[in-house]
Design a protein around this ligand. Sequence first.
Ligand code: FES
Length: 234
Amino acid sequence: MPTVNRSSRGQAPGFIFAAVFQNKFFTTPLVGQGGPMILDNQGRYVWLQRAKASAPDTLNLQVQRYQGKPVLTFWDGTVKNTGEMLGTWHVLNDRYKEIAKLTSANGWDPSGHEFFVEGGDSLLEAALRAGLALDYGCSIGNCGQCRARIVSGQVQKIRHADYALTAAEKTAGVVLMCSNTAVTDLVIEAHEAGMAKFVPAFQALYDSMSDAQKKTADAMFSRKVRTSAAKKST
Ligand code: FES
């Protein structure tokens, strides 16, 4: 059984959200119960959903908003040791009843992440600050690597430098995340950065690759995600 350490002093109030899955580089079976769980300050279960044998890996249990109401979301499925993920996002209401399921469609994976855009921050700045590994390069509107399609919502340009985009992309709602901020809540489609260049263990190897090898490595590890950005008034 795993050990749960409890602290009685200096502990922040509130519940602990966890989604447990086995380290992919271990070959021994997972010990204990996997699945999304909420624990109180004493380490006691408030809620637990046991992981299914067909979807043993669970991730990102968190509170988000869906159709204007707070909901609980988590992902379950399988994660390979290359980082490749195959699974489903679940949306639960305030009675832990599943009210929506999101799976991949048309080559896009739901990211399950939400980030806040403060004041006139660019979408890119806000996403990176929130820890999303979205793809980008120059940050000043030149390279076009931060292109994203706005699925819903409204953006405003903060930098008039979108010549990296084709006319067809602009018509399709593609924008540069480094050059736009959010006016309303948004849903965007973007490329999540390739794992190869962002994982420290791969860094030296990646730096020594030719451009063609880097392109192949990025393609192996990158994925296309749909994520949402919420505009925060300041
Ligand atoms: S990061 Fe280069 S155009 Fe946005």
